[in-house]
Design a protein around this ligand. Structure first.
Ligand SMILES: [Ca+2]
Length: 465
């Protein structure tokens, strides 16, 4: 090796060295796993929406940000500094989260028209846990299919409170409208009142209280802090940043943070706490439109720069995982399904490729190799990125950029010219991965209905995410 050239072995070795130094500090507790866990643990997966990387106070943050509920998760669990969403917008990340597979494998690149969801051949985490005796609920934003066969109760969930899609929802208008925006309880639209984030907390607490005697899986995808900027006045009154929109965004964040606190209180009150694995992350980077703050990261939602994909990411399991710990290992939302299935002692189906990995050995310092050799992002059109170790190669509209994320988290210094061998290697890695992907679902469906119809109209779809 000469100069800045890096071999494949070096890539892996640098990742492994990073892995060996991970998860420092805090109190290390006995290993997790079915043999040690006693009864099957409850699982709670909380997803925030468009939350900035710097908009939780357990990460580097501006002084106006205070999120004691999210901080509580971090204090009692493991906070990741290289946690990623698999999509830079809402719906694709959710499809990957629910299946443990890169959503592009089954053609889910965008929200499309929101009607067409994950192919019914895909098996969700709720399907697997349900078959293993879990009570399952989704409370919040679905966004992975409106047609009857794609709805939550057909995808492994016993209960549903929330909305089917598009990506945004009015926080105050909760009366029956149409399939996209009506609030549903299970398979029926309902008229509701109140503020949506509060309602999601109410429903989550109710579900936890009702299933104290049975292992449960609660998927709690808040639509906060996604547009529209609407908050309760009592929360808005707490802020005076000089930007009224930022004040409203922070008020929305406060309400979601209080909701998370209420969920944690409910776990404690019911005695479920010590036997509950909680995972929290944002579905994509902070949105510029909502005045989110991504701190040192470059750009926002809808890009493959770190500001579009690196997110707050916390795993908490009292008595099983270290507390108050920071983990630098790159992880991705795809890892959630294999992780919770491992915790639950539930086997993943063996008839398909899983891209997600069980995070527990890394968290416990038992991993002998990096969790992922490479991570990928691709929107099906002209934006993609691949990360291997410290290196990230990305492309927007055909140009190539190479960054060293270890020394340049803000992606300011394009090192492409000095590291052509790295560029070629990462490009090849991406090309091999891309060759395994399926065509876009919505386009394929539309083409079957009306041959010759033009393909996906990305700009229009983007507005609906
Ligand atoms: Ca989102």
């Amino acid at each position: 090796m000469t100069g800045n050239t890096i071999t494949r072995r070096d890539f892996l070795r640098s990742s492994m060295l990073a892995a060996s130094a991970l998860c420092l500090g805090g109190k290390v507790l006995p290993a997790a796993g079915r043999e040690n866990a006693g009864s099957a643990p409850n699982i709670v997966v909380i997803v925030s929406d468009d939350q900035g990387y710097a908009d939780s106070s357990c990460y580097d943050h501006p002084k106006e940000v205070s999120t004691p509920g999210i901080d509580r998760l971090a204090e009692e669990g493991v906070r990741f500094t290289n946690g990623y969403a698999s999509g830079y917008v809402c719906a694709p990340t959710r499809a990957g989260l629910l299946t443990g597979r890169y959503q592009q494998r089954f053609g889910f690149y965008t929200a499309g028209d929101s009607r067409t969801g994950m192919p019914t051949s895909e098996i969700t985490v709720a399907d697997v846990l349900s078959k293993n005796g879990y009570a399952t609920a989704i409370i919040g934003k679905w966004h992975v299919g409106i047609e009857p066969e794609y709805r939550p109760l057909q995808r492994g969930f016993d209960e549903f409170y929330g909305f089917l899609g598009h990506g945004a929802h009015d926080y105050f208008k909760l009366d029956i409208t149409d399939e996209h925006t009506s609030i549903y309880r299970n398979d029926k639209p309902i008229n509701d009142t109140g503020y949506l984030t509060d309602n999601l907390a109410r429903e989550a607490v109710s579900f936890i209280e009702r299933y104290q005697k049975k292992p449960f899986f609660l998927y709690l995808p808040f639509n906060a802090v996604h547009w529209p900027l609407q908050a309760l006045q009592k929360h808005i009154d707490r802020f005076n940043t000089g930007d009224k929109n930022r004040d409203v965004y922070l008020a929305m964040l406060v309400c979601m943070d209080e909701a998370i606190d209420r969920v944690l209180d409910a776990l404690k009150r019911t005695g479920a706490d010590d036997n509950t694995l909680v995972i929290f992350f944002s579905d994509n980077g902070g949105a510029q439109k909502n005045l989110a703050n991504n701190g040192a990261l470059r750009d926002y939602k809808q890009t493959v720069y770190e500001g579009g994909i690196r997110v707050p990411f916390i795993v908490r399991w009292p008595g099983r995982l270290p507390e108050g710990t920071i983990c630098d290992e790159p992880v991705i939302s795809l890892d959630v399904m294999p992780t919770v299935c491992a915790a639950a002692g539930a086997e993943l189906p063996d008839d398909r490729v899983y891209d997600g990995r069980d995070m527990l050995p890394v968290i416990l310092g038992q991993a002998k190799e990096p969790l992922h050799e490479a991570l990928f992002w691709y929107d099906g059109t002209n934006q993609w990125a691949v990360r291997v170790g410290k290196w990230k190669l990305l492309s927007r509209t055909g140009s190539l950029e190479l960054y060293d994320l270890k020394s340049d988290i803000g992606e300011k210094d394009n090192l492409k010219e000095q590291n052509q061998e790295v560029v070629e290697r990462l490009q090849q890695t991406f090309d091999v991965w891309k060759s395994q992907l399926a065509p876009t679902i919505s386009k394929a469906k539309r083409d079957r209905r009306t041959p010759g119809t033009p393909g996906t109209d990305a700009p229009k779809e983007r507005n609906r995410r």
